[in-house]
Ligand binder design. Sequence first.
Ligand code: PGA
Length: 232
Amino acid sequence: MIIALNNKCNFTQEEFDEYQKKLKQLNTRNAQVILLPTSIYLSQFKDDNIALGSQNVSSHQMGPHTGEISASQLKSLNVKYCLVGHSERRKEQKETNQDINKKIKQLLAEKITPILCIGEKRSEKDIAINILMTELCEALIGLSQEEANKIIIAYEPVWSIGTGIIPSAEKITKIVENIKKHYPNNKILYGGSVDNDNIQQLSVKKTVDGYLLGRLSLQLESIQKLINELEN
Ligand code: PGA
């Protein structure tokens, strides 16, 4: 079971110091926990049990790209995973599937595992599968089968992120199974308002390979509870 903690743009230095101290005490049991901190903290976190991931990567190689962080720079910080295509970046930074495709190629060249976020908007609920397939197809253009297999797919309905509203377990299962039909070798995560109250209700632990947590990633006691529940 993969538990990816997307801290997003949270924590001052002092708060992050406190957070990482406690995070290192987490009993991860059999879960692979991945911390995705704000990029300024990437170089500060090292732990044998918890893997390091980045929330973003440049679509360019190292060079004259002010404000960017290249895949080779992430690699040098021991980063093993990287989010691409998160809906907040698609919306706020206007990231396209073409940009995401370039980022994935940069990551694979450095042997960093991309966690590709895909998801339909509220107005696209009826055509969710078409949206997801387009996002996947365009993000993976030009990749060999072997390369494509390495990507972790995170299904995150955009209307569920940060809203407290989750799809039914049946709906998630249906969508995940549909994705698996086309991408049988990829790991698939679910993300969007996962918390301790709805994790049972989601009850898709057999369908998905793990969860991508946003808000919950900030609350370590809740994460421990979630891991205990899932690993039982
Ligand atoms: P959320 O965020 O858990 O706060 O809904 C999930 C995400 O954005 O990955």
